[in-house]
Design a protein around this ligand. Structure first.
Ligand SMILES: [Zn+2]
Length: 296
C-alpha cells in the first residue's frame, strides 16, 4: 500500500522511486521537530524527579515509594495522645493517671518525612511541581479506604456505606500567598477525582494564639470552622440525613497538633471524624515484631 501521491512536480521522479517518500519524509520531519522541541523544553524546564534523577518527572524508585502501603503513625504524634485520668479497667489492671493514653484518631501516612518522600513533598509544595498531586492522591486512596472500612460497625459491614467527606486542613494565608494555591485543597480534589470520597473544603480559620498557655496546651492548635453551610451536605439534627463520616487530609504530620485542632473543630460542628491521612510523618513508630507500628 502506498500513500497517494502529493502534488506532482518537476521532482516527481525520485518520489516515485521511493514509494511513500512524502509520508516518510513527513514522519522524519515530525520526529526532528519533536526532538528539537523536547530539547528546547528540557532547556527551559528540565525534566527531573524530585529525588534528582534526570529525564523523568517521577523515577521508578519514587513511584514504588508512593505505592507502598500506608502506615499507622498516630502513636508517635504527641499532640494526638489523650492522656487519661486514673482508670480502672474491667479486664485489666488499674492505669495510673497520665500514664495511659490513647490517640484521638487513626492517622495513616505513606512514610517518613525524610529522603525521597520529603523531596517529593517539598517539590510538590514549594518546588512548582504541582503535577505530583496526580501521583500523591492515588497513593492515599488505600489509606482512606482502610479508615472507612475500619469505622464501619461489624453489623453494618454488608450494607453499602456512603463515601466519606475529605476535609483539608486550612492553610495559612501566608502560605497560600507564597505558593499561589492551596496544595492540600488540590490534593483533596484529586482524591475526590480518584473516587476516595467527597471533597469538602469547610471555611476555617487557623489560630495560633497560644500565648500564656502551658506546654501541653501549646501542642494543641486551635482551628475555627466558620459557620458557612456547605451546599449538599446536611448537618446533624432534626430530620436531617446523617452526615457521612469525615476524613482529615494534610500533607505532613509532626506532633499532630493541627490534626487535633481540626478534629476538635469538626467534632464540635457535629462531624464524625474517623481518621486522617497524610503524605508523610515526621516520625514513624518503631516496628513491633514483623508488623508495622501502629496503635489499635
Ligand atoms: Zn525519584
Amino acid at each position: 500500500m502506498t500513500a497517494p501521491d502529493a502534488r506532482p512536480s518537476a521532482q516527481s521522479s525520485p518520489r516515485r522511486r521511493s514509494g511513500g517518500f512524502p509520508r516518510a519524509r513527513t514522519s522524519r520531519l515530525l520526529a526532528v521537530v519533536g526532538e528539537v522541541l523536547a530539547q528546547t523544553c528540557s532547556l527551559v524546564v528540565p525534566r527531573h524527579c524530585p529525588c534528582g534523577t534526570e529525564g523523568v518527572w517521577l523515577c521508578r524508585s519514587c513511584r514504588a515509594l508512593l505505592q507502598s502501603p500506608p502506615l499507622r503513625v498516630e502513636s508517635v504524634c504527641d499532640a494526638l495522645q489523650e492522656l487519661s485520668a486514673a482508670r480502672v479497667r474491667e479486664e485489666g489492671p488499674r492505669a495510673p493517671a497520665g500514664v495511659d493514653h490513647e490517640p484521638v484518631l487513626p492517622v495513616h501516612a505513606l512514610g517518613e518525612y525524610a529522603g525521597p518522600l520529603q523531596c517529593i513533598v517539598l517539590a510538590w509544595k514549594n518546588g512548582g511541581m504541582s503535577h505530583l498531586v496526580r501521583h500523591l492522591a492515588p497513593a492515599l486512596v488505600p489509606a482512606v479506604a482502610e479508615i472507612r472500612a475500619a469505622a464501619v460497625p461489624a453489623e453494618d459491614s454488608a450494607a453499602p456505606q456512603p463515601p466519606p467527606v475529605l476535609v483539608p486542613v486550612p492553610s495559612r494565608l501566608s502560605a497560600r500567598l507564597r505558593r499561589g494555591e492551596d496544595h492540600v485543597h488540590e490534593l483533596v480534589r484529586e482524591l475526590e477525582a480518584q473516587g476516595a470520597g467527597r471533597a469538602l473544603a469547610l471555611p476555617a480559620m487557623p489560630s495560633s494564639a497560644q500565648e500564656g498557655k502551658g506546654a501541653r496546651q501549646r501542642r494543641h492548635r486551635r482551628i475555627l470552622l466558620l459557620p458557612t453551610p456547605s451546599p449538599g451536605v446536611r448537618g446533624p439534627g432534626r430530620g436531617a440525613a446523617p452526615r457521612p463520616p469525615a476524613v482529615i487530609v494534610d500533607d505532613v504530620v509532626t506532633t499532630g497538633s493541627t490534626l487535633r485542632g481540626m478534629h476538635e473543630a469538626l467534632t464540635a460542628a457535629g462531624w464524625e471524624v474517623i481518621g486522617a491521612v497524610v503524605i508523610a510523618s515526621a516520625r514513624l513508630p518503631v516496628p513491633v515484631g514483623q508488623g508495622r507500628g501502629g496503635t489499635t
